[in-house]
Ligand binder design. Structure first.
Ligand code: PMV
Length: 304
């Protein structure tokens, strides 16, 4: 048996962290993909019991590779690791898709997504499910988690011009996604009213983002700036990243983290909006950073 599957990474345009608490998120797949290649004869049994033995996605992969068979598993990923671009979800979805194939089952994105969500739970504890859902379906999605096991989502046709969007790496966060999500949960427990108010404001911003993506709203720079301020208040943007974003804002652009962020040093990839490429690159230079064009709307999971 010889199977190769590929899955996209993602960018959360708006709604990270809030999405964990049932607020909507707007998310899009990128053109950076993760590829998993399986070669072997074994057809491992899939069971919930077997899955629950693992504490992380890494442990799951290690155990899979160590099975006493003639199988071979190779992961190649262009999705930057640990930087808010959905690398773990892309891996989880790829693993779930290979698994489904090994069992001789018909390709079912829904079943792949459910399995990948279980892998994401191993990795992150209480994920919203937005990352595995976008890696499964691709394109752009409006997503909302209604209960821990039930989410609603719908494809969004992006009609706004995305030419002014860039990606800038603010550095790998010291914290994991799990740690960032736990930190926000602990803060929320202490200041419930304040945090819920922040999440409601984020929902407003996410709705405005949706209108922008649909071509119904124009002031996207201001929107991104408001989005960033709310994320700063949430405590997920490090002082170092804040000063980088401040410099981008001063030169006429705007930026925000995209994903869990990081409070100590790097905060992962930034979603940047800037009308002038030359200006943006010269602002980034003293920080030893550069902007790369963002291509959104990548295809979801596919068998190569
Ligand atoms: O940093 P990432 O790519 O793992 O994205 C996490 C997104 C959060 O909203 C912070 C968590 C979640 O489960 O949705």
């Amino acid at each position: 048996m010889d199977i190769t599957v590929s899955t996209p990474g993602k960018i959360i345009l708006s709604g990270e962290h809030a999405v964990v608490y049932g607020y909507p998120a707007l998310v899009a797949a990128t053109n950076k993909r993760c590829e998993l290649h399986y070669q072997g004869t074994a057809e491992p049994e899939w069971s919930a019991d077997w899955l629950s033995q693992f504490a992380s996605l890494k442990a799951f992969f290690a155990a899979w590779e160590a099975r006493p068979t003639t199988q071979h598993l190779q992961l190649r990923s262009h999705v930057p690791v640990g930087r808010g671009m959905g690398s773990s979800a892309a891996c989880s979805v790829a693993a779930a898709a290979v698994w489904q194939s090994l069992q001789g089952k018909t390709f079912s994105p829904e079943a792949i997504n459910q399995l990948a969500y279980q892998l994401e739970v191993l990795q992150h504890g209480t994920p919203s499910g937005v990352d595995n859902t976008i890696a499964t379906y691709g394109g752009a999605l409006w997503f909302r988690k209604e209960t821990p096991t039930f989410s609603i989502f719908r494809q969004v046709e992006m009609s706004s011009s995305l030419e002014t969007l860039w990606l800038v790496d603010s550095g790998r966060p010291k914290e994991s996604t799990k740690e960032m999500v736990t930190m926000v949960a602990e803060q929320r427990q202490q200041r419930r009213t304040h945090y819920d108010q922040l999440f409601r404001q984020m929902e407003e911003v996410t709705r405005s983002w949706l209108r922008w993506v649909l071509g119904e709203e124009t002031d996207s720079v201001e929107l991104l700036r408001t989005n960033h301020r709310l994320l700063v208040e949430l405590g997920v943007v490090s002082p170092q990243t804040q000063s980088l974003i401040q410099a981008i804002e001063k030169s006429g652009g705007a930026a925000k983290i995209t994903g869990a962020g990081g409070a100590k040093q790097g905060s992962g990839y930034l979603l940047v909006m800037h009308p002038d490429e030359a200006k943006l690159q010269s602002v980034l230079k003293p920080y030893a950073r550069s902007g790369e064009r963002l291509e959104l709307g990548g295809e979801g999971v596919r068998i190569e």
